[in-house]
Write a protein that binds this ligand. Structure first.
Ligand code: ADP
Ligand code: MG
Ligand code: ZN
Length: 616
């Protein structure tokens, strides 16, 4: 199946005629005003003695005389200024001139044609400009179209909406390109099936939901899934991003929506995909002076259109967002986006599958173990995993290898997590020592508690993210729940770095800011959201605002309660800090030994760490 006809215009000829009409008019005006004034230059005035020079050099071709003077042309091949076709000079009483001219073989002419031949005039004045204009028109049209991501006949979308049509050959994606996300694919498969056999659904009287909303964190493959649906369904695919509706002029966005649905109705069965729908679908609050008229108008138009079209006709609307909580309720009510398809961060199996899909695009060494990479990347999105594979391939090229190795993948995991190594960073030996003790502090506290993820790697090589070192812990398998004990152990592990600094150097540094943040976050969530404190029990004291974007929260409790929450959080972190300090004190010898070893090596593996820790 080839590319679908992408022309949304009912009468494409019309816009063609407009365009070429304008071209003709411009060329005509040029010819009437500009060219003659330039042609004025074609006859050049020269002095009489210059004329005689020409004669003596035997270069004069034709001569013509009137009351004002002489007009003459020179022979072909004689060098003259650009654009000059003839010369003019004044009259001089020169009796012998006629004889000399005759002797030189000059033709006496009735008149001198100062214009080039008719054919070349037409060529220069009409054909070249018109061809040029058409070429420019084509190029402009094509770049415009490219910007809009669609193919098709250029010069047709002037003044048209940017809604693009993708056909299967253009997205080139299928469900095979989407790893994991089985539930999402299943839900979308039904839509694909409906678009293939609408009558099967009509027979039994079932109507498919008009719209499906893909929700999930950034980079989880929402856009990819929508493209895959188009690839699977073999129907036209109109894709537009919410931000494209937001126009400078009020009313333009609404017009675009109208246009989009008009096109979609003509092409049914087809899919309309609105990416990042939250940009237009935000809650209408009605507040603020002037509000956001443009956006509200656009949203209203979208709602109207969704109600207006006939669901049985086979127009399916997909939309994607990573902030579903900010969407206007009206969009979510039945008959609109009533089906919600969660596209969550991949689990261990999903991560491995995604790595494999992207691993197919690069040449891999046989020994590559994606499972271990997947385990080290808990919480990574599909986009990040794709990036990790690509970074690994880039590293392989930098190292002059032909195959991607496991160490490339491991290094690129760290690059994506912590940034590139900063080989040039000049960290003093004294600071390096502090960093080494800090990192071993984390690792030692983690290792000496039960229910902590094993240490995978410890390094004190600075990274471009600003980290001077870090300790990587990797869970053995996938974890979905965290017990209270594990949460507390995590906090203790985070405080372990600072505890080691205080214990060893009796001074503390700013290097623990990120640890502090993480520890506080867990402690606060324990109290306000997980019901893990004795004082408050199972009461939600905070709500999450942006489930998929950072997960910032807002307090929902009285000011006195907020104060009590703070006290509780502080007490938890303090207690864990003391616990960590206790662990380090009782393992002081190991702390020293491990830290000096790390200082020397800069990077050590989990196995080396455990080996030293466990030997007598
Ligand atoms: P979203 O729209 O959810 O922000 P995208 O669909 O734009 O995410 O995904 C970005 C890229 O990440 C994709 O082009 C693809 O390379 C990769 N990716 C994300 N999820 C997956 C997945 N499940 N399988 C394979 N690749 C994925
Ligand atoms: Mg997207
Ligand atoms: Zn730390």
């Amino acid at each position: 199946m080839g590319v679908k006809n992408t022309n949304p215009d009912k009468n494409p000829r019309k816009s063609f005629f407009y365009y070429y009409g304008i071209v003709l008019l411009v060329v005509f005006l040029l010819n009437t005003f500009l060219v003659p004034s330039m042609m004025g230059r074609s006859v050049k005035e020269v002095s009489y003695d210059q004329f005689l020079h020409f004669v003596e050099a035997n270069q004069v071709d034709m001569v013509y005389q009137d009351e004002e003077g002489l007009m003459f042309t020179v022979k072909e091949g004689v060098e003259k200024e650009w654009g000059v076709t003839a010369y003019k000079t004044g009259l001089w009483p020169d009796a012998s001139l006629t004889d000399r001219l005759l002797a030189a073989g000059v033709t006496f002419s009735q008149e001198i044609v100062t214009q080039p031949s008719l054919l070349s005039t037409i060529f220069v004045q009409w054909i070249i400009p018109i061809v040029l204009f058409i070429a420019i028109g084509q190029i402009l049209g094509r770049t415009l179209q490219k910007k809009m991501g669609s193919m098709g006949n250029p010069a047709m979308t002037f003044g048209k909406s940017n809604a693009k049509i993708y056909a299967e050959t253009e997205t080139g994606k299928t469900f095979g390109d989407v790893a994991g996300q089985e539930e999402a694919k299943e839900a979308l498969q039904e839509i694909v099936d409906f678009l293939h056999n609408p009558q099967k659904y009509a027979e039994i009287g079932a109507t498919l939901p008009k719209g499906a909303l893909l929700v999930g964190p950034p980079g989880t493959g929402k856009t990819l899934l929508a493209k895959a649906v188009a690839g699977e369904a073999h129907v036209p695919f109109f894709s537009i991003s919410g931000s494209e509706f937001v126009e400078m002029f009020v009313g333009m966005g609404a017009a675009k929506v109208r246009d989009l649905f008009k096109q979609a109705n003509e092409k049914a069965p087809c899919i309309v995909f609105i990416d990042e729908i939250d940009t237009i679908g935000k809650k209408r609050d009605g507040g603020g002076i002037g509000g956001n008229d443009e956006r509200e108008q656009t949203l209203n138009q979208l709602l109207t259109e969704m109600d207006g079209f006939d669901g049985k006709k086979g127009v399916v609307i997909l939309a994607a967002t990573n902030r579903p909580e900010s969407l206007d309720q009206a969009l979510l009510r039945p008959g609109r986006f009533d089906r919600r398809i969660p596209v969550e961060l991949p689990d261990l199996k999903g991560r491995e599958a995604i790595l494999k899909v992207h691993g197919k695009e690069v040449k891999l060494e046989d020994s590559v173990d994606f499972n271990s990479v997947a385990r080290a990347t808990s919480g990574a999105s599909g986009a990040e995993l794709a990036n990790i594979v690509n970074e690994a391939a880039l590293r392989a090229v930098r190292m002059g290898r032909h195959l991607v190795t496991q160490s490339d993948l491991e290094e690129s995991v760290e690059v994506v997590i912590a940034g590139y190594q900063r080989k040039d960073a000049s960290v003093s030996q004294k600071e390096k020592r502090i960093v080494a003790y800090h990192e071993i502090g984390h690792a030692l506290v983690a290792a000496c508690q039960s229910n902590s993820a094993p240490v995978h790697k410890i390094t004190i090589i600075p990274r471009t993210s600003g980290a001077l070192g870090y300790t990587m812990q990797v869970e053995a398998g996938e974890r979905f729940l965290m017990s209270k004990e594990e949460a507390l152990n995590k906090i203790a592990t985070f405080t372990g770095g600072r505890a080691a600094e205080e214990f060893m150097f009796q001074s503390i540094t700013t290097g623990a800011s990120n640890d502090i943040e993480q520890a506080t976050k867990i402690a606060r969530a324990m109290v306000t959201r997980y019901g893990m404190s004795d004082q408050f029990g199972m009461v939600a004291l905070e709500t999450v605002n942006n489930q998929y974007l950072g997960g910032d929260t807002s307090m929902v409790c009285a000011p006195e309660t907020a104060k009590a929450v703070d006290d509780e959080v502080i007490a938890i972190v303090k207690e864990q800090y003391q616990k960590a300090l206790g662990i380090l004190k009782s393992h002081a010898a190991k702390l020293n030994e491990l830290s000096e070893y790390l200082l020397e090596r800069e990077t050590i593996t989990g196995e080396e760490f455990m080996e030293i820790l466990e030997r007598e």
